[in-house]
Write a protein that binds this ligand. Sequence first.
Ligand code: HEC
Ligand code: HEC
Length: 306
Amino acid sequence: MADNSDNKVKPPERQYPDPAAKLKKDPPTTGHSWDGIEEYDNPMPRWWVWIFIITIVWSLGYWVAYPAWPGIQRATSGVLGYSSRADVAAEISEFEARNEQFFVQLVETDLDGIHDDDELQRFAVNAGASVFRAQCSQCHGTGGAGVQAAGFPNLLNDEWLWGGTMEDIHETIRYGIRNEDYADARWSEMPAFGRDGILSEEEIDETVHFVLSLSDADHDADLAAAGAEHYEMNCASCHGDGGEGDYFIGAPALNTQVWLYGGSYDAIFESIYYSRFGVMPGFAGRLRDAEIRAVAAYVHQLGGGQ
Ligand code: HEC
Ligand code: HEC
C-alpha cells in the first residue's frame, strides 16, 4: 500500500488551558538554582507541624514527671517519684506475700493433710524442689537418685532406711542421721565385726555368702549354710530374720537388689568387717519449718512415698 500519510491534512493543534495553573501560581522558590533546577519553598504540611509541636510538649512533661536527665550520682527523679527498682521491689513483696500465706498454711496443716490440698501440695512440691536443689542434691543427686555404693541413698524408690511416710521423712530431714548437732538425730551403730574381733574373717566370709543368698545373688550354698548361724546370732536382731531390715534403727534390708554401699562380695565383706556409719546433717537450724515440710513433701512424691 502506498504511503500517503503526507497527503493527510493535519488538524490544527489545539491549546487547552492548564486548570491548575489557573487556580494557583507556582509556590515561591528558595532562590537556589542548580543547572536550572530550582527548589520550591513549600511550607511543612500542617499535620506534620502539629505532631512535631506535640512531641516537644510531651517530652517537656516527661522530663518533669519521670526520671530523665542523668546526673553525676543519679538521674533526676521526676515529680511522680516513679522508679523501676521500686516497681520490682513491689512485685517481689507482693509475690512473697502470696507465698507467705502458703508457708503459713504449710506449717499449720497436718503433715499427712498437705497432699489432700491440691494447691498446697503443688506449692510444697515446687518450693521443696528448689530447697532440694540447693541443700540436698550434692549428696542425693539432683533428681534424688542418690550416689550408688557411696552411702547416699536413692530417694526415688520404695526402699527406705528410716521409713518413707511423711512423718518419717520429715523427721529425718529435721534432725539428720548420726550427726553430733542434734540430740534427736536418728542414731544406730552396726558393730565392726571384723575390726573389733567379734567374728573371724572365715566367719565373715560365710556370713557374706548367707547375705548374698538372701537376695538370690550368686553364692556358695555350703558356706551360706554355715553363715546362717552367724547371721542369726549377730545380725538378725537388727536386719530381721529374713533380712527385711528395720526402719526403727535404720538397718537396711538385705533381701533386695537395692544396696546402700554395694551388693558385691567385697562391698558386703567390707560392710560387715568395718561396719558403716552414714551421716546426714540435720536441717532444723538451717531451714524454716515450712521449707522442711515442703522438701519432705517433695521427697515423698518422688516415687517411694508411703
Ligand atoms: C552431706 C550429705 C547429705 C546431705 C546434704 C543431705 N543428705 Fe540426706 N542422707 C545422707 C546420707 C549419708 C543418708 C543415709 C544415712 C544412713 O546411712 O542412714 C541420708 C538419708 C536421707 C533420708 C533417709 C532415706 C531413707 O531411706 O530412709 C532422707 C529422706 C534424706 N536423706 C533426705 C534429705 C534431704 C531432703 C536433704 C536436704 C534437705 C538431705 N537429705 C541432705 C546424706 C545427706
Ligand atoms: C545394731 C544393729 C546392727 C547389727 C547387729 C548389724 N547391723 Fe548391719 N547395718 C546396721 C545399720 C544401721 C546399717 C546401715 C549403716 C549406714 O546406713 O551407714 C547396716 C548396714 C549393713 C550392710 C550394708 C547394706 C547396704 O545396703 O549396703 C550390710 C551388708 C550389713 N549391715 C550386714 C550385717 C551383717 C551381716 C550383720 C551381722 C554380722 C550385721 N549387719 C549386723 C545395723 C546393724
